[in-house]
Ligand binder design. Structure first.
Ligand SMILES: *Cc1c(COP(=O)(O)O)cnc(C)c1O
Length: 213
């Protein structure tokens, strides 16, 4: 099985559909290609496809999607509403995650709220560009992202590393994600937030870099 997160997390980068098709052509027929398109809704690039066409035309391609990233359906989609009792009685071939009736109702409502999703996408496009530019202006490298987060790279210099920045931001109530577990020890992943949150993070990063200059 070949598992491809496209767009990828935590880099926010993606492969074009041509590249995905080339990858698929090169695979032996017995290898299952799993396309994880969790962030597909946010991609504005014309050469990207989540892969439904490949699923329809091949025997060995599966595509995964989630409603959690684009609908804002977080509270009920996450562990809070998944019940312990159900998880304990799982059979090997049953679904890996159970959700409560309330969570299912909330999920359906969220998926049906197309207007909200379109607003989220527009908000994301606008602020993803803004964050990439503004953080870049501070002298930090930002991986160009097509998703709803940016990966920010920090200098190796003592006092200016990702760990130092994380502590500095945390003390101000700004929570980014360390990416050490992804073998990116000197970077932080920041989700696109509200205008207020985005501006606060950029302001705090500016302060952080000035303090340690
Ligand atoms: C969030 C995410 C998912 C799906 O998360 P669920 O909570 O299971 O819906 C899948 N793949 C990637 C790469 C993700 O970031």
């Amino acid at each position: 099985m070949l598992f491809l997160a496209n767009p990828n997390n935590p880099t926010g980068t993606c492969l074009s559909f041509d590249e995905v098709k080339r990858l698929h052509r090169g695979l032996p027929g017995h290898v299952l290609l799993v396309l994880d398109a969790a962030y597909a809704e946010y991609v504005r690039r014309n050469d990207y496809e989540a892969g439904i066409e490949l699923v329809a035309t091949s025997e060995n391609v599966v595509m995964c999607r989630t409603s959690r990233k684009s609908t804002g359906w977080r509270a009920c989609g996450s562990a809070g509403c998944r019940t312990r009792r159900c998880r304990r009685c799982h059979q090997p071939h049953s679904r890996p995650v159970n959700v409560s009736g309330a969570a299912i109702a909330a999920g359906i409502a969220a998926i049906e709220d197309i207007e909200h999703q379109e607003r989220s996408r527009e908000h994301n496009t606008r602020w993803l560009d803004w964050l990439t530019q503004e953080i870049g202006k501070l002298g930090l490298q930002v991986t160009p992202s097509v998703a709803n987060f940016v990966l920010i790279h920090f200098p190796e210099t003592k006092g200016r590393t990702a760990k130092d920045a994380d502590a500095f931001l945390m003390a101000r109530g700004l929570i980014l994600r360390q990416t050490t577990a992804y073998k990116l020890p000197n970077a932080l992943r920041m989700s696109v937030g509200t205008e207020e949150a985005n501006r606060l993070v950029v302001g705090a990063l500016k302060e952080f870099l000035a303090k340690t200059a």
